[in-house]
Ligand binder design. Structure first.
Ligand SMILES: Cc1ncc(COP(=O)(O)O)c(C=O)c1O
Length: 396
């Protein structure tokens, strides 16, 4: 099976998937037959050849970096492979040449992956954290942007925000935030794991200097593989706190190019690649490329449009049953996540359990019912959810 077999609304590349409706991609994507075949092939190659297989998968990772750059419209050589989002956030948070008292803007409501590393950096480098509230962007975007503007006027080094809020699915106004950052000399760091693969993202157009992402959600890879973008000008300034043998220029030359190349004084790479440090997960990045190929074959814009219609339909049936939608009214602030709260006396966890018992898998992050379908989800599934909800409501 190849990525070319992927079709919107068709889950035939997921024959092993057991739930009737799998709407939990904001957590972990299920494994496609394309991914299974790619990983099995990599294992066969290493079983047959051992180190002889290394160059092929070294080249595969180089190809993958290029595909990830294309996905986010990044400059060549600006994307490094990482194990997850947090690793990318941490690497940047620890490698910025901070001055004591530097200020970082964080957002309440964010997934902790984009908070903890900054708190850690604040402790280590005596930074000041300035808290804003992501939910303000749902209730009054212009006021929230004005508050951000006022705070930026006080001097800020980095604004760290998610492209899409993991709980509500709110798409943050990155273009406006990026413009304000530029006006006030701040840099923009984006946790893009809830966006990459589902909504279009262009780091250069949005004015993003750093973007961290994991591969196991909308990119359809597996846990343990992700990537980090660092804009070339920002990479020049980073001082990697954790560096390894592959952080150097011409890091591998001594292994195959003859004597005299084993040295410890080669300069560190002046790009995101310095942060890769050493040996990477072969299978993790084979899986990530397989997932990304599926997404790119269909196109992020087409996936986004498919999911917008799916979620419109789903929202209608939920509203009709008294649920409160947390989806933004402004369509440009919507993502591929739909979160709702049930009407009294229904309780979120009971609805979630009732849906799971009927083969419908979604999430409940911090007590909110969250639906996150992806391109294989068919519109007909919405009727399955509607019937299940009617049973749950009647049984109440
Ligand atoms: C916004 C956001 N960031 C990060 C993560 C995960 O971080 P990591 O890739 O480090 O596990 C999640 C969900 O798991 C998330 O929703």
């Amino acid at each position: 099976m190849s990525a070319g077999a992927a079709k919107l609304g068709d889950r035939s590349l997921f024959p092993d998937l057991e739930p009737r409706v799998y709407a939990h991609h904001a957590a972990i994507a299920p494994v496609s037959t394309v991914l299974q075949a790619a990983v099995a092939d990599a294992l066969r190659r290493y079983a047959a050849d051992g180190a002889g297989a290394f160059p092929e998968f070294y080249a595969q990772r180089q190809r993958l970096r290029g595909k990830l750059e294309a996905l986010i419209h990044a400059e060549a050589g600006s994307v490094a492979l990482t194990s997850n989002t947090t690793r990318g956030v941490s690497d940047v948070a620890l490698s910025v040449p901070w001055r004591p008292g530097d200020r970082v803007i964080l957002f309440k409501g964010e997934f902790p992956a984009n908070v903890t590393p900054w708190q850690q950096a604040a402790r280590l480098y005596q930074l000041e954290l300035s808290w804003h509230d992501a939910s303000d962007y749902l209730s009054g975007r212009d006021d929230a942007l004005q508050r951000l503007d006022r705070d930026l006027q006080r001097g800020v080094r980095i604004v760290a925000v998610s492209a899409v809020q993991f709980q509500t699915g709110l798409r943050m106004p990155l273009e406006e935030i990026g413009r304000l950052c530029r006006q006030h000399g701040a840099e923009l760091f984006v946790d893009a794991i809830q966006g990459c693969g589902a909504i279009p993202l262009d780091v250069q157009q949005l004015g993003i200097q750093y973007l961290a992402c994991g591969g196991h959600k909308w990119l359809m890879g597996m846990e343990g593989s992700g990537f980090l973008y660092v804009a070339p000008a920002s990479a020049q300034k980073l001082v990697p706190i954790v560096a390894g043998w592959q952080s150097h220029e011409e890091a591998e030359d001594f292994l195959s190019r003859g004597a005299g190349l084993l040295r410890y004084d080669k300069p560190l790479k002046r790009s995101a690649l310095a942060l890769e440090t050493s040996t990477l997960s072969v299978l993790g990045f084979v899986a990530l490329e397989a997932g990304l190929d599926l997404v790119q074959h269909l196109g992020v814009a087409a996936i986004s449009a498919h999911l917008s219609e799916y979620l419109d339909r789903l929202e209608t049936i939920l509203l009709g049953r008294g649920f409160r939608s947390l989806r933004a009214k402004d369509t440009t602030a919507r993502s591929t996540i739909l979160s709702v709260l049930p009407p009294q006396p229904l309780r979120v966890l009971d609805v979630h359990r009732g849906l799971a018992q009927r083969g419908i898998i979604c999430g409940v992050p911090d007590g909110i019912l969250r639906f996150s379908p992806h391109w294989p989800n068919a519109f007909s599934e919405v009727d399955v959810v509607a019937a299940a909800l009617d049973e749950i409501i009647t049984a109440q």
